[in-house]
Design a protein around this ligand. Structure first.
Ligand SMILES: Nc1ncnc2c1ncn2[C@@H]1O[C@H](COP(=O)(O)OP(=O)(O)OP(=O)(O)O)[C@@H](O)[C@H]1O
Length: 303
């Protein structure tokens, strides 16, 4: 199984006067773990709800495995959206929930669920409504991983979980995906933590797509340039500078976009070049203070 791909074409979603998604287009590749990143209110949950056929878009299209997911039993049966509210039977023990899931979901693996529950220290005889917030989130994660749906959508599922539980979840998700490749979308603000899971990244901002590419390509888009302030300034002239710091006569500028002769020019000018992590790139791209950035990556920048 490689999982369902998702194609998003000019999708707009409005809630009354609020435009949550504004003509967004991107693709989620089948069999890949994609990070859906964006600040609060950027439209992540809205997109996931449309992909999971929980709501319809106002205009545009979402195709899951080539078909409109709305009232589409095949596609909906292969899609598992896990969100904080949880779609479990809250007043039945977890063991009963596992039984229901095994009946409803042909790909559900009970042994995986039980071993993850054990690893996350959740007592399966308890009812979901008697769990702590973090334990409830962890149970959602167990359902998401063990369901092994061709399209698994995890909407900030890890938020209530403490750090050891979150890392256990990341490890389990990655190991299970490697053994059973499928399409997984992880929406998160904790980019540093989830970065190692992600092959592709979609960054939403105020309902628009800021970047959609494989994570390695995105990482290569940013560059820090450090050295004597006047040399740094000369190096970054006519480049898109998203951050600049100085310490005495030394400056560091973060630029978006690279050029083939960057290394040679930096060496000649006595400057040091460094990589920008996904988290930094995200912060710079979505930082509207003073409107420093927030422009989508141009085709040149994102190549
Ligand atoms: N049911 C709703 N009714 C009205 N407006 C809504 C509704 N759901 C979301 N919105 C608005 O749509 C926009 C996108 O919200 P959405 O929940 O998709 O963002 P998000 O990226 O998931 O945010 P967060 O990270 O805070 O969960 C926001 O401006 C939000 O206020």
């Amino acid at each position: 199984m490689t999982g369902f791909g998702v194609q998003v074409r000019d999708l707009t979603v409005r809630y009354g006067p609020t435009t949550a998604l504004d003509q967004v287009s991107f693709e989620i590749r089948p069999g890949v773990i994609t990070g859906l990143l964006g600040r609060n209110g950027s439209g992540k949950t809205t997109f996931l709800s449309v992909a999971a056929a929980f709501r319809r878009g106002t205009s545009g299209a979402v195709l899951v495995d080539g078909e409109d997911p709305w009232e589409n039993a095949r596609v909906m049966g292969g899609t598992c959206l896990v969100r904080e509210s949880g779609d479990v039977v809250a007043d039945e023990p977890i063991t009963e929930n596992l039984r229901f899931l095994a009946e409803r979901r042909p790909t559900f693996d009970r042994a995986t669920a039980e071993s993850l529950l054990d690893r996350l220290e959740i007592d399966p005889s308890k009812r979901p409504d008697k769990l702590s917030r973090g334990q409830r989130s962890a149970f959602g994660v167990v359902v998401g991983v063990a369901t092994r749906a061709p399209l698994t959508l995890l909407d900030e599922v890890h938020l209530g979980m403490d750090a050891p539980a979150r890392y256990a979840f990341y490890d389990a998700l990655l190991a299970d995906w490697m053994a059973h490749p499928r399409t997984i979308v992880v929406s998160s603000h904790l980019i540093d933590e989830v970065e190692r899971l992600l092959e592709d990244v979609v960054i939403l901002d105020h309902g628009r797509v800021l970047a959609a590419d494989d994570a390695a390509t995105l990482r290569e888009q940013g560059l820090t340039v450090t050295g004597p302030a006047d040399e740094v300034d000369a190096f970054v002239t006519s480049r898109r500078v998203v951050a600049r710091q100085t310490l005495g006569r030394t400056a560091q500028a973060t630029v978006i976009g690279t050029a083939p002769d960057d290394e040679a020019r930096a060496r000649a000018a006595g400057l040091e070049l460094g990589a920008v992590g996904l988290q930094d790139l995200f912060v710079h791209l979505t930082d509207h203070a003073g409107d420093r950035a927030a422009a989508p990556l141009t085709p040149q920048e994102s190549r």
